[in-house]
Write a protein that binds this ligand. Structure first.
Ligand code: NAD
Ligand code: WQD
Length: 337
């Protein structure tokens, strides 16, 4: 059995589909703080023969965790549960330290108490902070410049310290770059609450008529066309990266920290052009000021994941735009309540 915390969220739900299609039996734990219960119905629709148990609980709830581990023979944990807004973390740092660090602490304690010693952790490229060089290799210094990134680095360090103290304990921390897109069925996808922070869900909400226009946050960056450059990774490639990490741990592979990205950066204008080319839908936009905290450019060197996990991104930016658009067209208002 694999415990998937945060498994009804954007990335976790896509990982659940990939895992069940690979024959894994899952128990999902989610407190629904940023997900709707209807996601579970979609997962069961997509994976009708899967063993997919669900526990509505907070990963900080030690009693609930003990009950989950007592009721299921958990072999490994995929830990997606966490808050992910950089801006919110700046405004509410203690919430992020409590939820993301405190939640991981409670989870690892419950794992060790139950004799579970394998975990895949959702880390983030934000641990790097302003790049000294690009593309980002894993040995680039980590200097996160917001509480969200600092919390991710703290959990990476927590896992490393536990692995040093408990010889049998092994982990893979995956530093995601910019996940985008949706499952090709259009039945699950990215459904941010309120106004999207991230680029592609904002684009698809403009394209479907939920919003008037996209605001490009600055076009005076030192990049080819002046707009921000990021490494956009199809969420299904990202999901498959978790299967590869699980396989490594099962095969007795050592602990690892690895970037998951395509190794290629695209600017905001390039994403917009790819979306319009792929969907045939024009997206009205205006150029506004830079967004506080944004970096000019950030993209991955994914060669360590390729070498150590046998993983690399296979899907294109255009495929991600196509799949994101299908999800948005089929679900103009997102998931039903
Ligand atoms: P998401 O908000 O869609 O999913 C997170 C899920 O965790 C939600 O279903 C939420 O209800 C649940 N959750 C949050 N706190 C919880 C708690 N205390 N107990 C139980 N459940 C809890 O976010 P996502 O985009 O799927 O991200 C998943 C993970 O990947 C997060 O840890 C995030 O920090 C990380 N990550 C995301 C991105 C990105 O751009 N989406 C990039 C890098 C890293
Ligand atoms: C991408 C580019 C924006 C929206 C965020 C989180 C980070 C990680 C990944 C969790 C930038 C531009 C965006 C818009 C725009 N999540 N943009 N108009 O900023 O790289 O990182 O997601 O780990 O923590 O901070 O992604 O999608 O917000 O922005 O012009 O309406 O699109 O300026 O250049 P980002 P993003």
């Amino acid at each position: 059995m694999i415990l998937v915390t945060g498994g009804l969220g954007y990335i976790g739900s896509h990982a659940c589909v990939a895992l069940t299609q690979a024959g894994e039996r899952l128990v999902v734990l989610d407190n629904l703080s940023n997900a709707k219960r209807s996601v579970l119905e979609r997962l069961r629709e997509l994976c009708p023969d899967a063993i997919l148990d669900f526990c509505e609980a907070d990963v900080r709830d030690r009693g609930a965790l003990a009950r989950v581990f007592a009721a299921h023979r958990v072999e490994a944990v995929l830990h997606f549960a966490g808050l992910k807004s950089v801006a919110e973390s700046v405004a509410r740092p203690l919430l992020y330290y409590d939820n993301n660090v405190g939640g991981s602490l409670a989870l690892v304690e419950a794992m060790l108490a139950a004799g579970v010693e394998r975990i895949v952790f959702s880390s983030s490229a934000t641990v790097y902070g302003p790049p000294l060089s690009l593309p980002h290799r894993e040995d680039h210094p980590t200097a996160p410049h917001n509480p969200y990134g600092r919390a991710k680095r703290m959990v990476e360090e927590l896992l490393a310290d536990v692995a040093r103290a408990q010889p049998g304990f092994r982990y893979v921390a995956l530093r995601y770059f910019n996940p985008i897109g949706a499952h090709p069925s259009g039945r699950i996808g990215e459904d941010p609450r309120g106004e999207p922070n991230n680029l592609l869900p904002f684009v698809t909400q403009v394209a479907v008529g939920r919003r008037a226009r996209l605001r490009i946050h600055g076009d005076d960056y030192p990049t080819a066309d002046g707009t921000g450059v990021r490494d956009y990774l199809h969420v299904m490639d990202l999901a498959e990266g978790h299967l590869a990490a699980l396989a490594r741990l099962r095969a007795g592979g050592g602990s690892l920290v690895a970037n998951l990205g395509t190794g290629r950066g695209h600017s905001v204008r390039e994403v917009l052009a790819a979306f319009e080319r792929t969907t045939g839908v024009r997206v009205p936009f205006e150029v506004g000021p830079r967004r506080a905290g944004d970096l000019p450019a950030c993209w991955a060197d994914p060669s360590l994941a390729e070498r150590e996990l046998g993983w690399r991104a296979r899907r294109t930016l255009e495929e991600a735009c196509r799949d994101a658009w299908r999800w948005q067209c089929d679900n103009p208002a997102g998931y039903p309540d």
